[in-house]
Write a protein that binds this ligand. Structure first.
Ligand code: PEP
Length: 252
């Protein structure tokens, strides 16, 4: 059975004290219940080590929002996968549309990042998704296929099995516009078929595919009820414990 997952992406939000307080709040909420899914928070680099020290990672996974495409060296300002792993974090978001759009991330650099993440025991949460013009032109299937092929299909089946995928239509991120549950199911099922064609049905069936894009407590249940939607990658709604827990509880 593939995992059901709710992962928060805090983006560039919260100071360190604010972030620690939020992590403690989510940790306490999870300690008080048996969540029906894996729960992860992906937080700014500056917060990782401190948050690792205040949460129970058996109940709340911890991840970074990016890592460098080099192991070490003269790359001022970058943070490597070994550095992330050394904080105690075990996940890393890679290929978020904001990284692709604002920081020029390409499939080539993402392949390096995925390889380094895996080498250092980090689970990549690999993001794919089309922009509005591509959706309107009916190109969304080919766009996500290309992103998966170019970013991940160099991996062995064993390594591919370690990846969490997040389908995030760019037009739905932070816009309040959510893909309908039928739109999400249609493309998640397609993504699974692309994986099955490359790695076989068994690997495809085991791959968790999260939906991201204005997911909130009010729409999470309908989205997660779809057979190919295995959870959510949550931006804005992960910054308030009650909203984030409302989404976690959609799996109850
Ligand atoms: C995201 O950035 O991964 C995301 C899904 O953001 P939001 O939930 O705010 O749309």
């Amino acid at each position: 059975m593939r995992k059901h997952i709710v992962a928060g992406n805090w983006k560039m939000n919260t100071t360190l004290p604010e972030g620690v307080a939020l992590a403690k709040e989510v940790n306490a909420a999870l300690a008080a219940k048996d969540a029906n899914c894996d729960v992860i928070i992906c937080v700014p680099f500056t917060h990782l080590a401190t948050i690792a020290g205040v949460i129970d990672q058996n109940k709340l996974g911890l991840g970074a929002e990016n890592c460098a495409d080099h192991k070490s060296g003269a790359y001022t300002g970058e943070v490597s996968a070994p550095m992330v792993a050394s904080t105690g974090a075990t996940y890393v978001i890679l290929g978020h549309s904001e990284r692709r759009q604002y920081y020029g991330e390409t499939s080539e650099t993402l392949r390096e990042k995925v390889a380094l993440a895996l080498e250092n025991g980090l689970t990549p949460i690999f993001c794919i998704g089309e922009v509005l013009a591509e959706r309107e032109a009916g190109q969304h299937f080919e766009v996500v296929k290309k992103q998966i092929e170019e970013g991940l299909f160099n991996l062995s089946a064993e390594d591919f099995g370690k990846i969490i995928l997040a389908y995030e239509p760019v037009w739905a991120i932070g816009t309040g516009k959510t893909a309908t549950d039928d739109q999400a199911e249609e493309i998640h099922a397609y993504i699974r078929s692309v994986i099955a064609d490359k790695y076989g049905k068994e690997v495809a069936e085991e791959t968790s595919i999260l939906y991201g894009g204005s997911c909130k407590p009010s729409n999470a249940k309908a989205l997660f009820a779809k057979p190919n939607v295995d959870g959510g990658l949550i931006g804005g709604a992960s910054l308030k414990c009650a909203d984030f827990m409302g989404i976690v509880e959609a799996w109850d």
